[in-house]
Design a protein around this ligand. Sequence first.
Ligand SMILES: Nc1ncnc2c1ncn2[C@@H]1O[C@H](COP(=O)(O)OP(=O)(O)OP(=O)(O)O)[C@@H](O)[C@H]1O
Ligand SMILES: [Mg+2]
Length: 237
Amino acid sequence: MHDITELKQAEARLQQLAGRMRWLTQRVVLAQEEERQRVSRELHDEAGQALTALKISLELIRADLPPEAAALRPNFDDVISLTDATHQQIRLLARGLRPPALDTVGLNLTLEGFCRDFARLTHLDISYTGTESRPLPDTVNICFYRVLQEALTNVAAHAQADRVWVELRCESVRTCLIVRDSGRGFDWQVQTTDRPRAGIGLLGMRERLDLLGGWLAIESTPGQGTRLTACLPVEVL
Ligand SMILES: Nc1ncnc2c1ncn2[C@@H]1O[C@H](COP(=O)(O)OP(=O)(O)OP(=O)(O)O)[C@@H](O)[C@H]1O
Ligand SMILES: [Mg+2]
């Protein structure tokens, strides 16, 4: 009798601890996102505006070059183009760091919009299907958004794919994001454990999902494309 009571008390404490861990995890994820937004704002406001001012100054100097310095004109053209290109990179970086207003349009439309923008930028042929789920917490939305970002970046960087299919599937016990490509595939074990300078994209995805009680499955065979499935259980919500 005594043992059973103690066991029950221990179980209750464990459950309390698990709840606290989940709460802390969500705080950590949200704090990371806030920090990303801050860096994005700084990049946009500080670096972006400084580069705009730099470009204008260079253009003014170029316009005022005395005739005897005309030979310097092509050098100025090059530096101005470089300033432009750098500014463009910073803009892209700032945008990537900040997920769009997931809370206003919902996960489904946000992911669909991301696929559309990504297809335009990379000329990948991406088909999206998804249904609007019940409202999900920020941590879950952000997790799926980051997973899609990395999955599509990987397709663009490594897959040499003709087609990509993205699906958001809302089931009764879990929500899943599936990204499938028709590219060259890869050997997951070799790519992640045997390479001295392996990337951190797939590992980061797995960690994000683990933190929220979810999982990542990678099915890939060299020459036959890749299918990535990221799921989060509904009870996290
Ligand atoms: N869709 C894919 N098609 C083919 N190969 C892939 C695909 N996704 C990942 N890979 C392979 O798995 C490796 C690991 O991917 P991961 O995202 O972890 O790292 P990375 O993209 O190389 O670098 P990082 O993401 O850190 O910038 C890649 O280098 C690539 O060889
Ligand atoms: Mg990657």
